[in-house]
Design a protein around this ligand. Structure first.
Ligand SMILES: NC(=O)c1ccc[n+]([C@@H]2O[C@H](COP(=O)([O-])OP(=O)(O)OC[C@H]3O[C@@H](n4cnc5c(N)ncnc54)[C@H](O)[C@@H]3O)[C@@H](O)[C@H]2O)c1
Length: 256
C-alpha cells in the first residue's frame, strides 16, 4: 500500500524540475497524477514515463483554464485530493532594474497562478470535505535577495496566501489543508539557468556560488509526498523549509 494510494493529484510545473520530481514520487506511492504545464512537449514525454500519469496543457495565468481543468479532473476521477502549485519563473533583477514586464511575468505565473489554483482547488476540495494544497514557495520569501526582487515578492505573497487559506479552512471546517514548501537552491533547470547567467556576468560571484550547498529535487519531492499524504493530517498553514540551514546560517553553507 503506497503512502498516497488512490489519491488524485494535479501538479503545475509538472513538466520539469521540482514539479516533475514530485510527480514521480507521488506516482511511486500510488497516486494518479496529472502533469499540468505550458510546456506540452516536455510534459507529454514526462507523463509517458510515469505510471498512472497524464499530461494536461495549462497556462496557470488564465483563470478560465484552471476552472476547466479541475472540473475535468472531477468529471474523470470523481475527486481532487492534492494540488501542488509548482509552476514558476525567476528573473534576476534588483528593484532598480525591475521593469513592469519582469514584475508582471514573475507575478502572473507565481502569484496569480497560485491564487487561481488555490481558489479552484478549494472549491472542489471543499465540496468533498478533504484535500491538500501545497504551494511551492522559496527561501526567497524568508530572506529576499538583492537580485530577486519580483521573485521574492511573489513568493512572499504565496506564503501569505497559504496561511490565509489554511486558517479559513480550519475555521470553517472545510477539511482542506494548505501548506507551503520553501526550498533553498535545488538542482533543476531553473537553478542551472540562474547559474549560467551568473557565470556569464560575474565570475567572482560564480566562484563563490560553486561552493554553496545545493539540494536535489528528490529532497523536495519527499517533503511534498509527506504533505500530500494523510501522515501530515494535523499540519495546516505550515511553511516547511528544505534548505539544510541556509536561512539560519550566517554566511554561506559550504558544499562538502
Ligand atoms: N530550483 C530551485 O532552486 C528552487 C528553489 C526554491 C523554489 N523553487 C520554486 O520551485 C518551483 C519549480 O521550480 P523548478 O526549479 O522546478 O523550475 P523549472 O524551470 O525546472 O520548472 C518550472 C516549470 O513551470 C512551468 N511554467 C512556467 N510558466 C508556466 C505557466 N504560465 N503555466 C504553467 N506552467 C508554467 C515551466 O514550463 C516549467 O516546466 C518554482 O515555483 C520555483 O520558483 C525552485
Amino acid at each position: 500500500m503506497g503512502r498516497v494510494e488512490g489519491k488524485v493529484a494535479v501538479i503545475t510545473g509538472g513538466a520539469s524540475g521540482l514539479g516533475l520530481a514530485s510527480a514521480r514520487r507521488l506516482a511511486q506511492e500510488g497516486a494518479t497524477v496529472v502533469l499540468a504545464d505550458i510546456n506540452e512537449e516536455q510534459g507529454r514525454a514526462a507523463a509517458a514515463e510515469i505510471v498512472g500519469a497524464r499530461f494536461e496543457r495549462l497556462d496557470v495565468t488564465v483563470e478560465a483554464q484552471w476552472a476547466a481543468l479541475l472540473d475535468r479532473v472531477i468529471a474523470e476521477h470523481g475527486k481532487l485530493d492534492v494540488l501542488l502549485n509548482s509552476a514558476g519563473v525567476v528573473k534576476l533583477a534588483s528593484i532598480e532594474d525591475t521593469t513592469e514586464d519582469i514584475w508582471r511575468l514573475v507575478n502572473s505565473v507565481g502569484t496569480d497562478g497560485t491564487f487561481y489554483g488555490c481558489k479552484h482547488a478549494l472549491r472542489v476540495m471543499k465540496a468533498a470535505g478533504s484535500g491538500s494544497i501545497i504551494n511551492m514557495c522559496s527561501t526567497a520569501s524568508i530572506q529576499g535577495g538583492p537580485q530577486i526582487f519580483a521573485y521574492a515578492a511573489s513568493k512572499s505573497a504565496i506564503r501569505g496566501m497559504t496561511k490565509s487559506i489554511a486558517v479559513l479552512s480550519a475555521q470553517e471546517g472545510y477539511g482542506v489543508r494548505c501548506n507551503s514548501v520553501h526550498p533553498g537552491n535545488m538542482d533543476t533547470p531553473m537553478l542551472r539557468g540562474v547559474q549560467a547567467i551568473v557565470r556569464a556576468n560575474d565570475p567572482e560571484l560564480a566562484q563563490g556560488m560553486d561552493k554553496i550547498w545545493v539540494g536535489q529535487p528528490e529532497d523536495v519531492a519527499n517533503t511534498v509526498l509527506f504533505l500530500a499524504s494523510d501522515e501530515s493530517r494535523a499540519i495546516n498553514g505550515a511553511a516547511l523549509v528544505v534548505d539544510n540551514t541556509t536561512t539560519i546560517t550566517e554566511g554561506v553553507v559550504p558544499l562538502h
